[in-house]
Ligand binder design. Structure first.
Ligand SMILES: [Zn+2]
Length: 358
């Protein structure tokens, strides 16, 4: 069997899945994220080796919460990973002999969420974490835009008198509904500030009720913007805040329905019926990385029978050296060049810490 491996590098953990040629999940694993570029590359190499086992790996995708220099595989400003600027694609290729496709994690999550939907269609993955950003994908692949900023809906202002946003504007969607902004407004030390706010609001706290209303308002605005600008079939709510599940989804749908009440045009778009929650039992970011890596042409069949022991980093890197050497033979190098040339231009996307769930 030949495998595609997708890796989702988060601030605290690396999630990885292997899928077969039809996109069916074969296995998944997680390990803690190391600090700094080399440690992240080591972790990615280790999970790939572990998932590869004795099988051949033909494509690897790696999603990261940071900006990607277009077409380069170079990660910038991934503050949660301890990376200021690092050639992650090059570092991983040196370790495993496959040049991975690197992209923003939210964009890969959109690809993964779409892969899980029967019939495909178009989709926006609205990541509700510390910050807010969306990945937009259709049958042609994920949308990046000229500068990689497609989907940065978190920094669209919806109220000129709203709270100041960390981006410098006032009243951004993220300033209302981002986990970081909510934590600042609510105070306290809860590791899950939005959950704490919702719990307090349920218990009758008026201040919490106001903040909760702003969260719903921000998410509702983001959904409306995404549908009106891209006409995606569905907006999928993901990220840490989306773990509130129906406690968030139900009021957001109600707000969408209410805002469309006076507008036959908006009603015809059925916004409230086009928003849903991301599946909680599937690592959509890692899945999307695997799917997109294959679609983007990260093909190299030189990795097989890897050590299968992520802890044996010495063995892995020793093997990786051998694999790297093999990859530089005529056939291997052409494959690697192909992978590099056909990688869709990754671009900067969300601000570095905007995707971390709170
Ligand atoms: Zn902003």
């Amino acid at each position: 069997m030949t495998l595609r491996i997708g890796v989702d590098v988060g601030g605290t953990k690396i999630l990885a899945v292997s899928v077969d040629g039809d996109g069916n999940e074969i296995a998944r694993l997680r390990r803690p994220t190391g600090w700094g570029g080399d440690a992240v590359a080591d972790g990615v190499a280790a999970v790939v080796a572990d998932l590869a086992g004795a099988e051949s790996v033909v494509a690897v995708g790696v999603g990261v919460p940071g900006q990607i220099l277009p077409g380069s595989g170079v990660v910038e400003h991934a503050l949660n990973l301890g990376i200021d600027r690092y050639d992650l694609a090059g570092a991983v290729a040196a370790r495993i002999g496959i040049r991975p496709v690197i992209d923003n994690d939210v964009r890969f999550a959109a690809v993964g969420a779409r892969a899980l939907r029967a019939g495909g269609g178009s989709l926006a993955f609205l990541n509700l974490g510390t910050g807010i950003a969306a990945g937009i994908v259709d049958e042609t692949g994920p949308r990046r835009g000229g500068r990689g900023a497609a989907g940065e809906v978190g920094h669209i202002p919806i109220d000129p008198n709203g709270p100041r946003c960390r981006c410098g504007q006032r009243g951004c969607i993220e300033a209302f509904a981002g986990g970081g902004a909510v934590a600042e407004r609510w105070g306290g030390s809860s590791p899950l500030p939005v959950l704490a706010v919702f719990d307090a609001a349920d218990a009758g706290d008026e201040r919490a009720d106001g903040i909760r209303a702003d969260v719903v308002r921000g998410v509702e605005a983001a959904v409306r913007l995404l549908v009106l600008t891209t006409d995606v079939d569905v907006v999928v709510l993901g990220g840490g805040v989306a773990a509130l599940s129906d406690r968030l989804l139900v009021p957001v749908r109600a707000a969408l329905a209410a805002s469309a009440g006076a507008s036959p045009f908006l009603r015809s778009l059925r916004l409230d019926e086009r928003v849903e929650l991301a599946p909680r039992d599937v690592p959509v970011g890692a899945l999307g990385a695997a799917v997109q890596a294959q679609a983007s042409g990260s093909r190299c069949s030189v990795l097989s029978g890897a050590s299968g022991n992520a802890a044996a980093s010495g063995a892995v890197s020793q093997r990786a050296s051998a694999i790297s050497a093999a990859a530089l033979t005529d056939a291997g190098s052409s494959v690697i060049a192909n992978a590099s040339a056909t990688t869709r231009k990754p671009g900067s996307f969300a601000a570095s810490d905007s995707n971390r769930p709170r």
